[in-house]
Ligand binder design. Structure first.
Ligand code: FMN
Length: 212
C-alpha cells in the first residue's frame, strides 16, 4: 500500500472535514491526495455525493465544483458538508471563504474526476470549450482526468458522443463506465454511472500511474 503523501502544494484553504478510515481497498491510497471533483448535470449526481464522502473518508482532500445544471440535482451545500470545503458553481462568483479560482484549483489538484460526466461535459472537453467553471477548470488542468459518464443509452450510442469519447481516450483521458443497468427513464441499457466503489478504484489506478 503506498504511503500517504506529505508534500503539500498551493495555498488553498484547508477544510474542516475530519478524514476517517476508508475501506481496505482505498485506505492509504487517498491519504493526503488532492482531488478536484467536478459534478455535472445528470440524475446520477446524487451518487456523486456518496463518492465524495468515500474519498474524504479515505483521507483525500476534495474540492467540489458543480455545473449550474448539476446544482439543480444536488446542492453545493451537500458537497461542502461532505468535503469540509466550499463547493463552487460559478466562474464569476466565489462562495464565502473560497480563495481560489479555476487556475489555482488546477494548480492545486493532483487528479480530477468528473462524476457524473454528461454528454454535454464530454463534448465540451473533447471540443476544448470553456464556458463555465467546470469546463474552464478542465482545460486549465494538466493532470490526469477520470470521467464517469452517465446518460441515456441512446445518447451514449450517438455518433457524436462516440467520437468525443474516442477523441478523449486518444488524449489519455480515462473513463470508468458507464455500465449497463436500469436508467432514470426506466429503460435498461448502457448509460448508468459506474458505482462509487468502481470510480474510487479507477481513481486509485490513475493516482498510482501519476506517481510512477
Ligand atoms: C431530469 C434530467 C436528467 C438528465 N440526466 C442527464 C444524464 O444523465 N446525462 C446527461 O448527459 N444529461 C442529462 N440531462 C441533460 C443535462 O442536464 C443537460 O444536457 C445540461 O445542459 C448539462 O449541463 P452540464 O454538462 O453543464 O452539467 C438531464 C436533464 C434532465 C432535465
Amino acid at each position: 500500500m503506498p504511503r500517504a503523501r506529505s508534500k503539500r502544494k498551493g495555498t488553498l484553504r484547508r477544510g474542516s472535514a475530519t478524514p476517517r478510515r476508508g475501506s481496505a481497498e482505498t485506505r492509504g491510497a487517498f491519504a493526503g491526495r488532492r482531488i478536484a471533483f467536478a459534478v455535472t448535470g445528470g440524475i446520477a449526481a446524487y451518487k456523486a455525493a456518496a463518492l465524495a464522502s468515500r474519498l474524504v473518508q479515505a483521507g483525500a482532500e476534495v474540492h467540489a465544483l458543480l455545473t449550474e445544471a448539476a446544482a439543480r440535482f444536488v446542492t453545493p451545500l451537500t458537497f461542502e458538508s461532505l468535503t469540509g470545503r466550499p463547493a463552487a458553481v460559478s466562474l464569476w462568483e466565489k462562495p464565502e471563504g473560497h480563495a481560489i479560482g479555476h487556475v489555482a484549483l488546477a494548480d492545486w489538484a493532483e487528479a480530477a474526476v468528473v462524476a457524473p460526466a454528461t454528454a454535454d461535459a464530454i463534448g465540451k472537453l473533447a471540443g476544448g470549450l470553456a464556458d463555465d467553471l467546470v469546463s474552464t477548470f478542465l482545460l486549465a488542468f494538466g493532470g490526469p482526468v477520470l470521467l464517469a459518464p452517465a446518460m441515456n443509452a441512446r445518447m451514449w450510442a450517438h455518433p457524436a458522443v462516440r467520437e468525443n469519447v474516442t477523441k478523449l481516450r486518444r488524449r489519455k483521458v480515462r473513463l470508468v463506465g458507464p455500465v449497463k443497468g436500469r436508467l432514470a427513464s426506466g429503460a435498461v441499457g448502457p448509460g448508468r454511472m459506474a458505482e462509487p466503489e468502481a470510480i474510487a478504484s479507477a481513481l486509485v489506478t490513475l493516482l498510482k500511474r501519476r506517481r510512477g
